[in-house]
Design a protein around this ligand. Structure first.
Ligand code: KIV
Ligand code: NA
Length: 278
């Protein structure tokens, strides 16, 4: 199968074919996600929370993103890989932002970058696009701004907020983003935005009218802490239980001396062993 391109994604929107995007953070998870048929893979800075154990995405660095993006792109042949720009990596000068975005393509081998924010990002988006770096926008609940937003909550419920979201979406499209993530937005508002934009709108907690959906892999497969489950995340499997039971069986077999069994061991010649004993 040929690699997914930005024009394939635009065509999917025109043809009314939903786009499926999932996060991945390392080689084996990226392989599985691609084999499962995802069109797009996001190396999300959510890795800070689901892989590195931070309680927000704020501590994630460019080095973290590069490290994980490289692992993912080594595994992927067909899916379109987008890498998140981490906190503060695109808030200095435009030159600095373009340089950081470029590293995710040049060193990480991602096909595009994603940045959180509205119309204020337009100059940076334009410069990245001029440099040949496709940019995915991300508005609504933008987790890097969690302290500004006062928590992880739905955005765009009232008319003023909803209008602001629509204007941000249109400004980003105008600036050149090739896709836009809408996170935690009322489905009716997301529907209007998806309808007004030509570029694909990928939702997470934004309802079924978006042109595509994205979920965090660990939420989808039930891997990791089970106490926090966002309303918008559907758990399709409980991998955590499978892994815990497998490891528990191993631990108990080690303690019972049932593992390793004869089929897991190597042998030396009898003579060698005799001489070794002396
Ligand atoms: O980091 C991430 O996983 C994301 C998605 C939730 C859109 O930004
Ligand atoms: Na993110």
């Amino acid at each position: 199968l040929a690699p997914v391109t930005t024009s394939d994604l635009r065509k999917k929107k025109r043809d009314g074919q939903p786009i499926a995007m999932v996060t991945a953070y390392d080689f084996p998870s990226a392989k599985l996600v691609e084999e499962a048929g995802a069109d797009m893979i996001l190396v999300g800075d959510s890795l800070g929370m689901v892989v590195l154990g931070y309680d927000s995405t704020i501590p994630v660095t460019m080095d973290d993103m590069l490290h994980h993006t490289k692992a993912v792109t080594r595994a992927v042949k067909r899916a379109f890989v987008v890498s998140d720009m981490p906190f503060l990596s695109y808030h200095g000068t435009v030159e600095e932002a373009v340089k950081n975005a470029g590293r995710l393509l040049q060193e990480g081998l991602a096909k595009a970058v994603k940045m959180e924010g509205g119309r204020e990002l337009a100059p940076i988006v334009t410069r990245c696009v001029q440099a040949g770096i496709p940019v995915m926008g991300h508005i609504g609940l933008t987790p890097q701004a969690v302290h500004q937003l006062g928590g992880y909550k739905v955005q765009g419920r009232d008319l003023a907020q909803a209008r602001r979201l629509l204007e941000d979406a249109m400004a980003l499209e105008e600036a050149g983003v090739f896709t836009l993530v809408l996170e935690c937005v009322p489905q009716e508002v997301a529907a209007v935005i998806a309808d007004k934009l030509e570029i694909p709108v990928i939702g997470i907690g934004a309802g079924p009218s978006c042109d595509g959906q994205v979920l965090v892999l660990h939420d989808l497969v039930g891997y990791g802490s089970s106490d926090w489950k966002p309303k918008f995340a559907k758990r399709y499997a409980d991998t955590g239980i499978v892994i815990r039971e497998a490891v528990a069986a191993y631990v108990s077999e080690v303690k019972d001396r049932r593992f390793p069994a004869p089929e897991h061991v190597f042998h030396a010649a009898e003579e060698t062993v005799k001489q070794l004993y002396g």
